[in-house]
Design a binder for this molecule. Structure first.
Ligand SMILES: Cc1ncc(COP(=O)(O)O)c(C=O)c1O
Length: 451
C-alpha cells in the first residue's frame, strides 16, 4: 500500500473513510499532507501551505513543537495506559497545572477525549445535579457549535444540528438569539439596544420553566467569531444567579491563548460554574477534552453518584502534553508576543476592509478573527446563508479558500465568513504572507458584488 503514489492513497482515503459534514461525492481526493512544521504544512508534491486557521482552530502551538512531542514520547515510554480507576503521576501533574490557570472557582475536572464529550459531560452533570428538582432544560444559542455527539449536537444552534435532529436529539434544549451586533437579531444598535440579546435569555429562563443551565461560547467560534458587547457576559452571570441556573462556558475554541488570554472569559472577569474545553489544550497533539466544575458541583457528588466515565478518561498519553502546553501558552501570553502580532493582524485586516467591497465586517480578539463577506455592503446581503450550506449549494467562501490553497494558504471558510486564527507562534512576516494571498483571492468575490 505504501508503495502507491500519494495521489492513489488520497483517492483510497476518499473512497474508504468518511469526509466530514459533506456529501461524500465532494470528498474524492483530499490534499495529502506529508509533513508540518511551525506554521506550515507540506503536501506530497513538496508544496508549502501557511496554516492560517491552525487546522480546525486547534493547532495553536503550531506543528512539531519538540517539547510537546517529547512529553508524549516520555509518557509513552513510562506508562501508556492505566485504568481511570487508578491514580498516576501525569494525572496529578496535568491537573495541578490546569487548576493554576482555570478560573479559580473551578475545582474538579473530568477528562475525556474531545470537545463534544466535554459538553456531553457538562450536560450530564447539570442534569444529575438537578435530579431531585426536575430542572433539565438548557438554553443555548443559534449561532453556536458544541459538538457532534447526541447532547452536544442538540446544544448546537447552527445547521450542523438540523440534519441530525431526527437521529439523536436529546429533549430540553431551547435556543436564544445571538449576540451578533453586525446582524442584530432584534435589528437594534449597540449601546441603545440595552443588550436585548442577553435580556432575552432572562426572559427565556423565567418563562420556560425547569431551566437548569445556559451554555455559551464566550467568543463564538466557527459561527463567526462573535464578540459580545462588554456587558453581555457579566449580565449573563447575574441572570444565571438570579434564576438559579448554571452558567456553562464552552472554551473549546476560544480558550488557550486564542483571544490573547488563557480563557476568553477572563476578558470580562466572569466566573463560570462549568468550563468545557479541548482542542488547543494539548495544542491538538493529543485528543483531550476537559470539563471543569465549581465547588458546589464538586460537593454535590460527594454523596451522590457520579454516573459517568469512559475507558479513556484521563488516558495518560492524552494528558502528557497538557502541562507543557500550558507553559507554552503562558510564555506566549506573558511575553507580549500574542498582543504584538495580533495588533499587526488587526491592522492588516482593516487594510483589507478598505481594499475590498466584498468585505462586510471584520471582527476579532487576539489571534481570533472573522472576515465576513457580503454581496452588498449597504444592505449586508450575504453571499451565502446557512440554508445554502445545508442544501449543498456552492459557496463563495469555498471558491476563495480553494484559490488560497493554490496560492499556498490554508484558510477555513464557513458559510459566508473566514476564520483567521493562525498558530499563536506566527510572526508578523508570516501574517503578511497570509494577508497578501487573501488580498488577491478576495478579488473573486469583489467581481460579484452588487453595486
Ligand atoms: C466551541 C466548540 N465546542 C465544541 C466543539 C466540539 O469539539 P470536538 O470536535 O473536539 O468534539 C467544537 C469543535 O469545533 C467547538 O468549536
Amino acid at each position: 500500500m505504501n508503495s502507491l503514489p500519494s495521489e492513489k492513497l488520497a483517492e483510497f482515503i476518499g473512497e474508504h473513510t468518511y469526509g466530514l459534514w459533506r456529501p461524500q461525492k465532494t470528498w474524492k481526493k483530499p490534499v495529502y499532507i506529508v509533513d508540518a512544521e511551525g506554521v506550515y504544512l507540506y503536501d506530497s508534491t513538496g508544496k508549502k501551505y501557511l496554516d492560517f486557521s491552525s487546522q480546525l482552530m486547534c493547532s495553536n502551538l503550531g506543528h512539531k513543537n519538540k517539547l510537546l512531542i517529547n512529553a508524549i514520547i516520555e509518557q509513552a515510554q513510562k506508562l501508556q495506559y492505566i485504568s481511570p480507576m487508578f491514580a498516576c503521576e501525569i494525572r496529578a501533574k496535568a491537573t495541578e497545572s490546569l487548576l493554576k490557570v482555570l478560573p479559580e472557582n473551578l475545582k474538579k475536572i473530568f477528562y475525556s477525549t474531545s470537545g463534544s464529550e466535554a459538553n456531553e459531560t457538562a450536560l450530564r452533570i447539570v442534569r444529575l445535579y438537578n435530579s431531585s428538582s426536575g430542572k433539565y432544560k438548557v438554553i443555548s444559542r443559534y449561532s453556536s457549535y458544541h459538538g457532534a455527539t447526541a447532547a452536544a449536537n442538540t446544544l448546537t444552534g447552527d445547521w450542523r444540528r438540523w440534519f441530525a435532529e431526527h437521529v439523536n436529539t436529546v429533549p430540553g434544549v431551547v435556543y436564544a438569539p445571538d449576540a451578533y451586533c453586525y446582524r442584530c437579531p432584534f435589528n437594534l444598535k449597540y449601546p441603545e439596544c440595552g443588550v436585548q440579546c442577553v435580556e432575552y435569555i432572562d426572559y427565556i429562563a423565567k418563562n420556560e420553566g425547569n431551566v437548569a443551565a445556559v451554555i455559551v461560547e464566550p467568543v463564538v467560534g466557527t459561527n463567526g467569531v462573535l464578540i459580545p458587547p462588554k456587558e453581555y457576559l457579566p449580565r449573563l452571570r447575574e441572570i444565571a444567579d438570579e434564576n438559579s441556573i448554571f452558567l456553562i462556558v464552552d472554551e473549546v475554541m476560544s480558550g488557550w491563548g486564542r483571544t490573547g488570554k488563557m480563557f476568553a472569559v477572563e476578558h470580562w472577569n466572569v466566573k463560570p460554574d462549568i468550563l468545557t474545553t479541548a482542542k488547543g489544550c494539548t495544542g491538538a497533539y493529543m485528543p483531550l477534552g476537559i470539563t471543569a466544575t465549581n465547588s458546589r458541583i464538586m460537593e454535590y457528588f460527594e454523596e451522590n453518584m457520579f454516573v459517568h466515565g469512559h475507558t479513556y478518561t484521563a488516558h495518560p498519553i492524552t494528558l502528557a502534553p497538557l502541562p507543557v502546553a500550558i507553559e507554552e501558552y503562558k510564555r506566549l501570553i506573558n511575553s507580549g508576543h500574542i498582543q504584538k502580532v495580533s495588533s499587526h493582524l488587526a491592522n492588516r485586516l482593516n487594510e483589507l476592509w478598505n481594499n475590498h467591497k466584498c468585505i462586510g465586517d471584520i471582527r476579532g480578539l487576539g489571534l481570533f478573527w472573522a472576515v465576513e463577506i457580503v454581496k452588498n455592503r449597504r444592505t449586508k446581503k450575504p453571499f451565502n446563508t446557512r440554508m445554502d450550506k445545508a442544501s449543498m449549494k456552492p459557496l463563495m467562501v469555498d471558491k476563495i479558500s480553494n484559490e488560497l490553497m493554490v496560492k499556498g494558504v490554508y484558510l477555513y471558510g464557513v458559510v459566508s465568513h473566514f476564520i483567521v486564527a493562525p498558530p499563536l507562534i506566527i510572526t508578523e512576516k508570516q501574517i503578511d504572507e497570509g494577508i497578501d494571498a487573501l488580498d488577491e483571492a478576495l478579488k473573486i468575490a469583489d467581481k460579484e458584488v452588487e453595486e
